[in-house]
Design a protein around this ligand. Structure first.
Ligand code: ADP
Length: 438
């Protein structure tokens, strides 16, 4: 796929590294001068800005965490006066009180640029139409994708999330080539088309760029088949900029996303000790902004679990690639002592053709032991063939057995009819309910 900024995206690594080091020095000067929180970090460790000259020096500094943004809410970590802000967004608050983030005009330029790169990697081209079903508003998804698509030269349909019937009609009438939304909402739309009797070949969409929540190959397959698209993963978080921190290339689609390293420097660290991990090992992604002016963040602890590789990818881009997010460190369930991520369970479902990747996990502790129930939809074809019998088949035990073998956790599977597990109405979908007392 044609790149949006080929020169920057394929910058030879020594030059990319030199650019990162130079930008890091500027970013460090900025926070030291303007953000008391960071100056304190330096002073407490007897460090001067000149001690952080290269990206390798970053581990001398502590992490910045979401808690730090909450404690300095709303503007405590900002490096510019309020008057210089062009826009405010907030994180969606999936894990607690929202945090406020801000952008200068220049930051919005960078935001548009990294999203434009991401959309181009996802298959977008100037002149194409993007159906943008990410939520508009405080959430960074809607306006973030919007700005990037305009920057790339696409036509945007700013439909936002929700009102599924209207979305279907718009897609049928306007014939967009690309859609952006959460993967769970893409599933909802695919179901809605099917209900209307519209087959994937009749849907104009060719590409889907999906993100904002963890997803797996099982969901990719169901969306690609259901909408007749090639689906790529877009990743980001409001604190760092929003969506567009990284994106897969549509020709690759094997779970590795190019992370735009000239703007965001990645580290992967051990979730327990915080020690840097070598490339290829899974840990918490920690990001340092290199060009942000309103809210520069050093070593921001994303809480997202992934690994990175700095081997150049098949597309010719030289930027690091990150694996699909396995979940947030906060999403990890400890079930009878075993660490489990919902995405691990979901990955097992892909191997069972009689079930659909629509489910809900409920964890309880009725007495002393944890109990897990997996409510799982059977695949439509299977249900059509066997009706209610499908729900009473030994399929549930087979799935439970497979999960026990692959993930190491015992759970009870309840099979449910197609269309009865919770669906996304447009935003992020919560598939896990942990009802144990803290
Ligand atoms: P909140 O933390 O309140 O959900 P954001 O809207 O900023 O706020 O969401 C950012 C988070 O969403 C990321 O830290 C990550 O956990 C999740 N996320 C975003 N994109 C993806 C993706 N492609 N895959 C998995 N998780 C993602």
């Amino acid at each position: 796929m044609p790149m949006f900024q080929p020169e920057l995206e394929t910058l030879p690594r020594p030059q990319l590294k030199a650019l990162q080091d130079q930008r890091l020095r500027e970013q460090v000067e900025l926070v030291y001068e303007r953000v008391p929180f960071y100056r304190r970090h330096f002073e407490e460790r007897g460090l001067k800005p000149s001690d952080i000259r290269r990206v390798e020096d970053l581990p001398k500094l502590p992490f910045t965490r979401k808690q730090d943004l909450r404690e300095t809410y709303p503007f405590g970590l900002f490096a510019v006066p309020r008057q210089e802000l062009a826009r405010i967004h907030a994180s969606s608050g999936t894990t607690g009180k929202p945090t406020v983030v801000g952008y200068t005009r220049g930051d919005l330029e960078v935001f548009a640029e990294v999203v434009a790169r991401s959309l181009a990697a996802a298959g977008g081209q100037p002149g194409m139409m993007l159906h943008n079903a990410y939520g508009y508003g405080l959430f960074t998804g809607g306006l973030g994708l919007h700005g990037g698509a305009e920057r790339l030269g696409m036509t945007v349909i700013p439909v936002s999330g929700g009102m599924t019937e209207r979305q279907i009609t718009l897609i049928q009438d306007l014939q967009p080539e690309m859609i952006a939304c959460t993967p769970s909402y893409a599933q909802t739309l695919a179901d809605a088309f099917k209900k209307r009797g519209v087959s994937p070949e009749q849907i104009s969409l060719q590409y889907a760029v999906l993100g904002a929540e963890p997803w797996t190959e099982a969901i990719r397959k169901s969306v690609e088949e259901g909408l007749g698209v090639k689906a790529t993963n877009i990743y980001g978080l409001s604190e760092i900029i929003g969506p567009g921190v990284s994106n897969e290339d549509v020709a690759e689609r094997e779970g590795l996303s190019y992370l735009w390293e000239d703007h965001f420097y990645p580290e992967v660290v051990d979730p327990e000790t915080g020690d840097p991990l070598p490339d290829g090992e899974v840990g918490v992604l920690v990001l340092t902004t290199l060009t942000k002016k309103a809210l520069p963040l050093l070593r921001y602890w994303t809480g997202d679990l992934t690994s990175i590789t700095r081997e150049p990818g098949p597309s010719g881009r030289t930027h690091a690639r990150m694996a699909q997010i396995r979940g947030r460190a906060d999403d990890m369930l400890i079930i009878r002592g075993v660490n489990v991520y919902p995405t691990q369970i979901e990955a097992v479902l892909l191997e069972v053709p009689e079930v659909a990747p629509h489910y809900q996990i409920t964890v309880t502790r009725p007495e002393i032991l944890d109990e897990v129930e997996l409510k799982l939809e059977v695949a439509e074809t299977f249900y059509e063939q066997y009706g209610e019998e499908a729900l009473r088949s030994d399929l549930g035990q087979r799935v439970a057995h497979k999960i026990k073998e692959n993930v190491g956790v015992s759970l009870a599977v309840t099979l449910i009819p197609p269309g009865t597990a919770p669906r996304s109405e447009g935003g992020k979908l919560k598939r896990v309910a942990d009802l144990r007392k803290p």
